[in-house]
Design a binder for this molecule. Structure first.
Ligand SMILES: Cc1cc2nc3c(=O)[nH]c(=O)nc-3n(C[C@H](O)[C@H](O)[C@H](O)COP(=O)(O)OP(=O)(O)OC[C@H]3O[C@@H](n4cnc5c(N)ncnc54)[C@H](O)[C@@H]3O)c2cc1C
Ligand code: FES
Ligand code: FES
Length: 1253
């Protein structure tokens, strides 16, 4: 056969040799079928945006990451994309409407992926519990919502969901939306095994010679694989099973021969002789199901542990297609890989059967397998031994977040014990320590004949193990010290788990509990009052675009259909952090088939800058490096090609010679010492000084960077002409940048932005660089160009949240009242001090809500060899507020005072006195006194689990920003209304609030109002939509427009007393009234708002894992225009802060290269990382200005509140330290997120403390 035939949403599709192996199902549905509802971000199975549902005729549908599946591997598949689930024409699916109604979408870019994940889950197993659902959704990232509303929506589909009025028929939902039949087949239920692929799936195979010279085969028998290799050679080939390994270790270029093997029956299913033999081509979820099923057999009970561990491997869609063999080969090819499959198999002494040409089979141990030459060899099956009750198995996987991350370290322990717990045999296995060390043989030998559960055996073994462990450094993995300590701690933990209870002192039993396993299904409450007399203003309603977003019908910039003749561009990035470019060699890149052009700074007709000087840009930042390299991964050229893949590949082939290469300075502490890199930004002198100095505290706190991690990346499409589609919320800035760089009048450039798929500050100015580059290509080649910056390129080449170092000296009295403060703050701007306002914002926040009269403040801008750092949600404020909170906390530690007391003693009561009342309310609502008692008791009773409780305070001063046009038109035909404005909808709900205000002002139903996108014709000169003020600006503009319109209609309304809105509009139109109104608006909102928050956390002292048990936020939002949207902003911002403070670590090499540049190693929170109990309250009876209908800014402030999480963790740590004799009042440094390593190492735990009693 020479065609790949499959169905997408019921329509037959065919591809043949014209596609390349790089082309994925994602590319195909978006680009060839124009089904742009499926989104993408990472292209490495790490974000979930691209999930679709797939099904073979005889199987149940399952979720897959369409970015992983080569289109050539789709033969026989029936694919359902978001368009096939529900849409405008055929009606929306209950999942789509429920997600929309529950406000589970903000920017909406992630929403189709969520719907598809849940849709597939329900198709496979409709009777899931709420906990099942939560734990199965770790495949998807949402950077906006904080997950609570998504979980709330989807948990309604659980069998144990509380009954509500909108009862959902789960049976009905499991029907396939294309065929409308229930999928009952479950091949893996077949009693006899070897059965997962039905005969009907097996065809006679496919052989394609692709246009790029590669070969694609789809075979049905093992011998066919060997035939192909014999015929075509085995010098360059790959067996394609699930093709997910490239998500972990990217494939730069596919080999010459690709053989799809996931249809080979011999590699599937299982049989049992004495051993359990499982086909190595079984997917990880099939493996998991087999484990569950076979664990009923008394000799395979241990497989229940496998089942649990496999639930922590990758996530559902990867496990749906990724195979056992693929995973083992990953370990074989990349010895560093902490494979969980290898770990499990090696722990129980499993073996692997491999097969060579002519059916020569060999059974090898796992260790032998790693040393095999696997060229031309297929993994046939794995053989798991029977183990009787004498064998005790424990396995662990430590991750930077609860689910969906590869192991930092994993461990497996198998002990064969006599009746009296004497060790007859032992296997001690680790992953993640070094490429070669996996078995602790010496330790195993040491244990033989010993009573496993005595303090002596434990301590003796720990010494041997410590000596034996080989732990190597490998950035960006966590440090050697943590991994070594945790390896020892896991051994101890395993023994605690196995040890009979009566032998363990009750205080140590807490070590036997895996913290994350105790996590219940999450719960949440949102507590606020509304005033129905104001409706639809102040009415809790879903976002007006929510349903379109959940259906994949919402348009984002890169959803522009493929344009005739379009080409693709990619940046070439420098590979040094400081030095000069000597020469550029493009020969190899330009000779790659499909490459069209290469441009450097010399090709730019205007100024080589995407930040034309003026306003917030004191400096010109280069579009393309003109010789002097300022940071690692600085763009120096643009490659243009026929496809995105070719452009990206070619970009890497451009070779650069460098000269005068210097070591880049990236660490702010180093840069601070160089006066040439430091300039004063602002100084504020104290107006008062106290004399009652009881203690002087000096310290340096360093805050760290954060990557925005927007789900829609940096993208731009430019039609020759120039019409620009891009993600920006500073349209004027982009407009000027493109015009100046390309030397074209602004009037000849149209920018259109319908909505932005998440920004958090990134797309205010940083998208301009690729937009200008894209425009340059379109101009030079006179053809449309698409610029889609890959996630890795974006993380490396674009700046992030500013890191800052705060050097302070504070003198306090006995009550912690500040007598004087010298406070120097250094901001790491990266390579340029543009957007200087950033550190300016700190001048309003450095003292938080405390009396600043005794604070001397100096702010410094520091230049380093990093990409220019930029705006990030609550810029400056997060840094200022958090530093102030850290200082208050340190004072309370050093003086052994209650931290709240210290805060209240320093509060600026005149300005922020309200905080005290809010704190009192929260204290009551959270039942603080009782919980404090419980936590104290808990900490006393448990050695290896500790809890912490913290309040923290915060205030927000809005920075007046914004100059926007609002245009309101009424159509005389039907009285419907259209609004367009220059403040972009980035997920913050501006459009919904605009519609609510308009409906309220005109007294018409909200359904009559549409809010359209922004373009440079309707919204020229539009300022940045930033500082949480866009919604307020637009609301004011809408009110103004409505006022003008109502004045124009006034006489008609008076005359036509009983007339409808439509009749009045029509009459006015016929009388020549202009029904289009335009207003210019700029709101200066500078009232300070207070907030308070309370958090309770628990840590595992042995591993450093943490859980947020409960968070209560009390926020002053004024009179909320749209309460559900404001709740969403609060929850989303808070969880973004949780990521900042717990798991989002940025790691750089000495060269200045960012190593945490992918979803594989950059860990934003997922839905199982949010507080187990999450409550948000609005302050009652609050009001701001009449002009903004009493509302207050809401999008950014809650991010600052997340500081309470590391502070609560700190209390838990200090409780653990006190067990080691360190006084509770001793402050200890934590610079960076309170990640597992930081927590574990800060507890000062020593292996000598590990005991049973
Ligand atoms: C987002 C993500 C998260 C992940 N998390 C984890 C994790 O937590 N723990 C963990 O252990 N792993 C994890 N993985 C790795 C995952 O388990 C593997 O990607 C998967 O098992 C590979 O299987 P595959 O069928 O997709 O292999 P493929 O990608 O199809 O193939 C990989 C390699 O195996 C070879 N191969 C495949 N089948 C055979 C065979 N039968 N005989 C010989 N060679 C063969 C191929 O030639 C190729 O070289 C993760 C992966 C991703 C993408
Ligand atoms: S784009 Fe496929 S998972 Fe991110
Ligand atoms: S709504 Fe989920 S990423 Fe924006």
């Amino acid at each position: 056969m020479d065609k790949i035939v499959f169905k997408v949403n019921g329509e037959e599709c065919k591809v043949a040799c014209h596609v390349s192996p790089d082309e994925t199902l994602l590319d195909y549905v978006r680009e060839r079928l124009g089904l742009r509802g499926t989104k993408y971000m990472c292209r490495e199975a790490g974000c979930g945006a691209c999930i679709v549902s797939a099904k073979r005729s005889s199987q149940q549908p399952y979720a897959v990451n369409s970015c992983m599946i080569p289109i050539l591997a789709c033969h026989g598949l029936e694919i359902t994309t978001i368009e096939g689930v529900g849409n405008k024409k055929k009606g929306y699916h209950k999942l789509q409407t429920t997600l929309a109604e529950n406000n589970g979408t903000q920017c909406g870019y992630c929403s189709p992926g969520w719907v598809m994940s849940m849709y597939s889950l329900l198709q496979t197993k409709p009777d899931r519990t709420m906990l099942d659902i939560e734990q199965s959704l770790s495949s998807n990232v949402c950077r906006c919502t904080g997950y609570r509303p998504i979980l709330q929506a989807f948990k309604k589909f659980a069998k144990d969901a509380p009954k509500t009025d909108d009862i959902i028929d789960i049976e009905d939902l499991s029907k396939c939306n294309i065929s409308r039949t229930s999928c009952k087949e479950n091949c893996s239920d077949d009693e006899d095994g070897w059965c997962v692929v039905h005969e009907c799936d097996v065809d006679r195979g496919i052989a394609l010679k692709l246009k790029d010279g590669r070969y694609w085969y789809r075979v049905g028998r093992i011998e066919d694989v060997f035939e192909v290799l014999k015929d075509k050679g085995d010098d360059s080939y790959m067996l394609v099973a699930g093709n997910t390994a490239k998500g972990a270790y990217p494939i730069e270029e596919y080999p010459r021969i690709l053989i799809q093997i996931n249809n080979i029956l011999e590699l599937k299913g299982y049989v049992m002789d004495q051993n359990l033999i499982i086909g190595a081509g079984s997917t990880l979820n099939e493996f998991r199901d087999i484990c569950m099923k076979v664990s009923e057999n008394e000799y395979f009970r241990y497989l229940r542990k496998f089942y649990d561990h496999l639930g922590k491997v990758a996530h559902v869609p990867v496990r749906n297609v990724g195979t056992i063999a693929g995973n083992l080969m990953l370990k074989h090819q990349h010895n560093w890989f902490a494979s969980d499959i290898y770990l499990l198999l090696e722990t129980v002494g499993a073996q692997v059967t491999i097969v060579r040409y002519k059916n020569v089979k060999q059974t090898v141990t796992m260790q032998q397998f790693l040393n095999q030459n696997m060229k031309g060899v297929i993994i046939l099956n794995i053989m798991l031994p029977p183990l009787n009750d004498e064998y005790k198995l424990v396995t662990f996987k430590i991750m930077p977040r609860r689910l969906n991350a590869h192991a930092i370290i994993n461990a497996g322990f198998l002990f064969q014990l006599s009746k009296f717990n004497i060790v007859r045999d032992a296997r001690v296995v680790f992953g993640g320590l070094s490429p070669s060390f996996t078995r602790a043989y010496k330790t195993e030998r040491y244990l033989l004949g010993k009573d496993l559960f005595t303090n002596e055996t434990l301590q003796g073994t720990l010494k041997v193990l410590d000596d034996e462990l080989v732990v190597e450094e490998r950035l960006p993995e966590l440090g050697v010290e943590y991994r070594r300590q945790t390896a020892l701690a896991l051994f101890y933990k395993a023994l605690l788990i196995l040890c009979p209870d009566f032998k363990i002192h009750p205080r140590y039993r807490s070590g036997a509990i895996n913290l994350h396993d105790t996590r219940p299904v999450s719960q949440a409450r949102q507590i606020y009052h509304t005033d129905p007399s104001m409706y639809p203003v102040n009415q809790p309603i879903p976002k007006i675009d929510a349903l379109y977003q959940c259906a994949g019908e919402a348009f984002y910039s890169e959803d522009v259909p493929a344009l005739p003749g379009e080409c693709f561009a990619a940046f070439c990035l420098t590979t040094i952090g400081s030095g000069e470019i000597a020469s550029i060699d493009t020969k190899k890149a330009l000779s790659l088939h499909g490459v069209i052009a290469f441009y450097t700074a010399k090709d730019i007709p205007g100024i080589n800058s995407f930040t034309p000087k003026g306003g917030i840009f004191p400096e010109k930042e280069e579009i393309l490096c003109n010789g002097t390299v300022k940071f690692f991964s600085q763009p120096f050229g643009i490659i243009v090609a026929k496809t995105k893949h070719i452009a990206e590949r070619a970009a890497k082939l451009v070779k650069v010679e460098y000269k005068n290469v210097r070591k880049p300075v990236i660490d702010i502490k180093e840069a601070m010492k160089d006066p040439n890199r430091v300039t004063v930004n602002s100084s504020i002198t104290a107006t008062d000084k106290g004399n009652d100095v009881y203690k002087v505290i000096k310290n340096v706190h360093t805050m760290f960077g954060q990557f925005h991690f927007t789900m829609e990346g940096i993208v731009c499409v430019v039609e020759e002409g120039l019409k620009v589609y891009m993600g920006t919320h500073f349209v004027d800035g982009a407009h000027i940048a493109i015009s100046k760089a390309l030397k074209i009048d602004q009037s000849r450039i149209d920018i259109y932005v319908r909505r932005v798929g998440g920004s958090y500050g990134l797309k205010i100015t940083r998208g301009n660089q690729s937009a200008v580059a894209c425009g340059l290509v379109a101009l030079k080649l006179n053809r449309p160009c698409r610029f889609i910056q890959s996630l890795t390129d974006t993380t490396r080449s674009i700046g992030k949240r500013l890191t800052c170092t705060n050097d302070f000296e504070v003198g306090v009295n006995k009550n912690g009242v500040i007598q004087y403060m010298n406070y120097d703050m250094y901001h790491n701007f990266g390579c340029s001090v543009n957007e200087n306002l950033l550190s300016g914002l700190v001048t309003d926040a450095f003292f938080n809500c405390y009396d600043k009269s005794r604070w001397n403040y100096n702010g410094y801008n520091v230049v380093t060899n990093l990409p220019k750092n930029t705006w990030f949600r609550a810029p400056g404020n997060l840094e200022g507020v958090s530093n102030a909170e850290l200082i208050m906390e340190q004072i309370s530690y050093e003086l052994s005072l209650d931290p709240v007391e210290v805060r209240l003693n320093n509060l600026d009561r005149e300005q922020y006195g309200d905080i005290e009342n809010m704190y009192k309310r929260l204290k009551k609502d959270t039942d603080y006194n009782k919980r404090r008692m419980i936590v104290n008791k808990y900490n006393k009773a448990n050695r290896w689990k500790k809890r912490g409780l913290r309040f923290s305070f915060s205030k927000w001063n809005s920075s007046p920003l914004g100059n926007f046009n609002v245009l309101l038109c009424v159509y005389q035909g039907d009285g419907t209304v259209v609004i367009s404005h220059g403040a972009i909808e980035i997920g913050q709900g501006t459009n919904t609030k605009a519609a609510q205000v308009c409906a309220y002002s005109l007294k018409i139903p909200i359904e009559k109002i549409q809010v359209k996108g922004c373009d440079t014709t309707k919204g020229p000169n539009s300022d940045q939509a930033a500082a949480s003020l866009a919604s307020q600006n637009v609301a004011v503009g809408v009110q103004k427009c409505c006022k003008v319109l109502l004045e124009r209609l006034e006489s008609f309304r008076k005359e036509m007393v009983d007339a409808t809105w439509e009749e009045i509009v029509k009459a006015a139109y016929l009388d020549g009234v202009d029904l289009q109104v335009e207003c210019h608006v700029s709101v200066k909102d500078s009232e300070p708002y207070p907030y308070t928050v309370f958090a309770e956390v628990e840590i595992d002292v042995l591993t450093g894992e943490s859980e947020i048990l409960r968070v209560d936020i009390l926020e002053d939002v004024g009179t909320s225009v749209s309460p559900e949207i404001d709740i969403g902003q609060i929850e989303g911002a808070f969880i973004m802060g949780v990521g900042y403070w717990t798991s989002e670590r940025l790691t750089y090499a000495d060269t200045g290269e960012l190593l945490t540049n992918r979803t594989w190693n950059l860990h934003v929170p997922l839905c199982t990382d949010i507080p187990q109990d999450f409550r948000v309250y609005f302050k009652e009876n609050s009001y701001s200005y009449a002009a903004i209908m009493g509302a207050k800014a809401v999008g950014e402030p809650p991010l600052c509140l997340a500081i309470c999480v590391p502070l609560a963790i700190r209390e838990a740590i200090s409780e653990a330290r006190s067990e080691c004799g360190i006084p509770r009042n001793q402050w200890f440094p934590i610079d960076g997120p309170s990640s597992v390593d930081v927590i574990a190492l800060s507890t000062a735990t020593k292996k000598e403390q590990f005991k049973f009693h």
